[in-house]
Design a protein around this ligand. Structure first.
Ligand SMILES: Cc1cc2nc3c(=O)[nH]c(=O)nc-3n(C[C@H](O)[C@H](O)[C@H](O)COP(=O)(O)OP(=O)(O)OC[C@H]3O[C@@H](n4cnc5c(N)ncnc54)[C@H](O)[C@@H]3O)c2cc1C
Length: 395
């Protein structure tokens, strides 16, 4: 019997031969590490450095970044393939969403020549990493309420405020923080973006104890009048939301890819188990009570994957408005597919669904990430209700 296939066959109408080759090469790399490596690193509280370094050397981490700064010259479509395949192989590297996708994209699109030369080659080959901080304790989903303020002091900036849930700071060289300038303290958010090196005086961070089994921890951050040179500002302080969304749409597309990887990993393990586990006279996968829900998961994963590909292609094609709607829908669909698939996979394995040996129990918490971050499923539904359907805003 051939190995279970948990996705539809590739088609050149949907994906170019180069991207299919990228998918295979990354799947090979991920397969050499697998979920045993990833979970052991996570449980030891260590970064997945070996995999990160190898992926960087092969050009996968910077596949979306401009070639003149050491990247692969591709787009978010390519980087989403990298994350989806690593996740499918058992290694869903959360920092891929942040370092090359958000920070790399924003610097490539809006950074100065000096910022691009300083950061992009390292972000591309993985030798440098950058975290991203927008969430605040008193603002949560309502980013318009963020109160981290940047005020000028001569040529410098002083940054003051608090952030929460910033992922991976301890593995990163710097954080790209979203603040508001002093003259825009209230009302609609006019974001200003700053690169803050991790060792800058006044910048403190403490881990938040989380139930998530992942090498990247989440941190709360205290910014106590952090003094930054003028060059720390990325882009124009008056550019409004445009340059922030240059990073947030890739973040949503990458979170969809993260969820797809978790879903495919879980479905693969569940199908393999269902084909071989016999407790009556046939493999448990012969019982429709198990086979149909798994088949439903396969359909939902494939639909979410198509939506993710559409969102990524729109974004890479420069259609930012259409990409925004598609990225929200893709993130929602993939988050739901992953939550349902992991739940069904755990059920399929019975008691083994919760053993460390099979590595599925840890995915239960991981799938919640795709439902909550970077924008919750409820906020996506608010967006679709208001912008796609034209219904009144409810909040
Ligand atoms: C593992 C993990 C990693 C993260 N990494 C990062 C990171 O690297 N950088 C970063 O900046 N942030 C990060 N986040 C934060 C994440 O983006 C936020 O958790 C998310 O935006 C939701 O904000 P909140 O947790 O404050 O929830 P809240 O905004 O308090 O929402 C709580 C609940 O209320 C619902 N809700 C709120 N408003 C409405 C409404 N109007 N209508 C209906 N329902 C509503 C929400 O959907 C949610 O279910 C991470 C979070 C997690 C869990």
């Amino acid at each position: 019997m051939s190995a279970p296939r948990t996705t539809a066959p590739g088609s050149q109408l949907i994906e170019t031969p180069e991207r299919t080759a990228l998918r295979r090469a990354v799947a090979d790399l991920g397969g050499r590490y697998g979920s045993a490596y990833y979970l052991a690193k996570a449980r030891a509280g260590e970064p997945a450095d070996e995999l990160w370094a190898e992926a960087g050397k092969a050009g996968y981490l910077g596949v979306n970044l401009p070639a003149e700064y050491g990247g692969g010259g591709g787009g978010i479509t390519d980087l989403a393939i990298v994350l989806e395949e690593l996740g499918t192989a058992g290694c869903p590297l959360l920092l891929l969403i942040v370092s090359p996708a958000i920070c790399g994209t924003v610097i490539a699109r809006y950074g100065t020549e000096e910022q691009k030369r300083h950061w992009l080659p390292g972000l591309a080959d993985g030798s440098r990493r950058m975290a991203f901080g927008i969430t605040e304790p008193d603002a949560g989903s309502n980013s318009h309420r963020i109160s981290t303020v940047a005020r000028r002091d001569g040529e410098d900036w002083l940054l003051a405020g608090r952030k929460v849930f910033v992922s991976g700071i301890d593995h990163c060289d710097a954080v790209l923080f979203v603040a508001r300038t002093e003259d825009a303290r209230t009302g609609k958010l006019k974001p200003a973006l700053f690169v803050v090196p991790r060792d800058t005086p006044g910048f403190e961070y403490r881990p938040i104890p989380m139930e998530l089994v992942a090498p990247e921890r989440q941190f709360q951050v205290f910014l106590d009048d952090v003094r930054l040179p003028a060059e720390a500002l990325v882009g124009d302080e008056n550019a409004g939301l445009l340059q922030l969304f240059a990073g947030l749409n890739p973040e949503r597309i990458m979170t969809a890819a993260f969820s797809l990887g978790l879903a495919r990993q879980a479905l693969g393990k569940a199908v393999e188990y269902a084909r071989t586990r016999v407790v009556w006279s046939t493999p448990i996968g012969a019982h429709q009570g198990l086979a149909h829900p798994l088949a439903q998961c396969a359909v939902e994963i494939e639909l979410a994957r198509l939506m993710t590909q559409k969102a990524a292609l729109l974004y890479d094609g420069g259609e930012d408005a259409a990409a925004g709607e598609a990225a929200n829908m893709a993130k929602y669909a993939a988050g739901e597919a992953a939550a349902r698939t992991v739940d069904q996979a755990v059920q399929t394995l019975g008691g083994n669904g919760l053993t460390q040996e099979y590595g599925l129990g840890a995915l239960l918490a991981a799938t919640r990430v795709g439902r909550v971050a970077p924008v919750s499923r409820e906020m996506v539904l608010n967006y679709v209700a208001q912008h796609t359907l034209g219904l009144p805003k409810s909040y």
